[in-house]
Design a protein around this ligand. Structure first.
Ligand SMILES: [Zn+2]
Length: 136
């Protein structure tokens, strides 16, 4: 029953997941870019959305989450998933550190867990062999 439904469906679900991840209570995009930079969305490839989902769910379950907690920015930096919270505590640090560690071997494009950080013309990108081949 797999047929060719997959392509379009897969893409749509990534888009849906992206929207879903922007709807957690601690994501409050500020159009004026004063409180945070979430107006730019999740500035990473689709391959990392699963890692972010995992992190968001864990943060959501924290009992010691600071009141009015917000995520400040989500981006790719030196080939790593970088999430800046507005406020830290030990549990938040731990969750975000694990997400970053996972991103270092997860392809930012397809989500394969057999990726590694590559230096592509001076830009670091965490990418798997397959996606690297397709980029050439
Ligand atoms: Zn890949």
């Amino acid at each position: 029953m797999f047929r060719n439904l997959d392509g379009g469906k897969e893409m749509k679900s990534k888009k849906e997941l992206r929207n879903e991840l922007m709807n957690y209570p601690f994501i409050k995009p500020d159009p004026k870019l004063q409180r945070n930079l979430m107006q730019f969305g999740l500035d990473v490839g689709d391959g990392w959305l699963g890692i972010i989902k995992e992190a968001w769910d864990k943060i959501n379950e924290l009992e010691n989450l600071p009141e009015n907690f917000e995520i400040f920015q989500v981006k790719e930096k030196f080939g790593e998933l970088t999430i800046y919270p507005e406020e830290y505590n030990e549990d938040i640090n731990d969750i975000l550190l694990k997400a970053r560690q996972k991103s270092i071997h997860t392809c930012e494009i397809c989500g394969s867990e057999f990726a590694q950080k590559e230096n592509i013309n001076g830009w670091f990108k965490t990418i798997c062999e397959k996606c690297k081949g397709e980029k050439k």
